[in-house]
Design a protein around this ligand. Structure first.
Ligand SMILES: N[C@@H](CCC(=O)N[C@@H](CS)C(=O)NCC(=O)O)C(=O)O
Length: 198
């Protein structure tokens, strides 16, 4: 049985939970107690030397990082549907994986961590970055249903959880109606699962 090293409130873990559910793949969720620093234990560091969740173990395959796990699941279990291999289409999808791992992380994720977990961050800078990212995605979505390809792809799955969790970051989507409509569209996908705050 494949295993997901998981934390309930983690949007990064939720990207993987969502993809596994959409692809109808069974897995065992193994809770890593982040507040007790279980992710830094010698045993866990053998799985992920960076000491973070998520990690997916699928047979002999061990993968860390939500975006990398999405690539693995898409290519291994759905062939072209969620991540095509044609050069332009593939890079168009991949660019959103980096938006998820960089821009969304520095803005929305940092702002959420400040409000929800009391993490020390430069809240003004993080909030500004969150709004810059939302504004640019809102403009990108004009006339579009999905981030790329005219169908859902791992681009949408990688960006969705933290954008859907903006309420935790005390950010409203009133100024970003295309983003709000896209969130609702993702929530209608067959196999969709939520998490606290979504
Ligand atoms: N680039 C990684 C980031 C993973 C990450 O930041 N995980 C957080 C939870 S969302 C974590 O494990 N934090 C605990 C720590 O860093 O000690 C990914 O996308 O999976």
């Amino acid at each position: 049985m494949r295993k997901l090293y998981d934390f309930t409130l983690s949007g990064n873990c939720h990207k993987v939970r969502l993809m596994l559910s959409i692809l109808n793949l069974e897995y065992e969720s193994i809770l890593v107690h982040l507040r007790e620093f279980e992710q830094k234990s010698p045993e866990y560091l053998k799985l992920n030397p960076l000491g973070q969740v998520p990690v997916l173990v699928d047979g002999d395959t061990v993968i860390r990082d939500a975006q990398a796990i999405l690539v693995y699941l898409a290519r291994h279990y759905s062939k072209e549907d969620w991540l095509p291999t044609e050069a332009e289409a593939m890079s168009k999808v991949m660019q959103w994986l980096f938006t998820a791992a960089c821009d969304i992380q520095q803005g929305i994720v940092a702002t959420r961590a400040y409000h929800l977990f009391g993490r020390q961050v430069d809240i003004e800078l993080a909030t500004q970055k969150a709004h810059d990212t939302l504004k640019s995605i809102n403009e990108h979505l004009v006339g579009k249903q999905w981030l790329e390809l005219e169908r859902p792809s791992i681009a949408d799955i990688a960006c969705f959880p933290y954008i859907g969790l903006v309420g935790d970051a005390k950010i409203s989507l009133l100024d970003y109606p295309n983003v709000a409509a896209w969130i609702e569209r993702v929530k209608q996908l067959p196999g969709y699962v939520g998490m606290p705050g979504l």
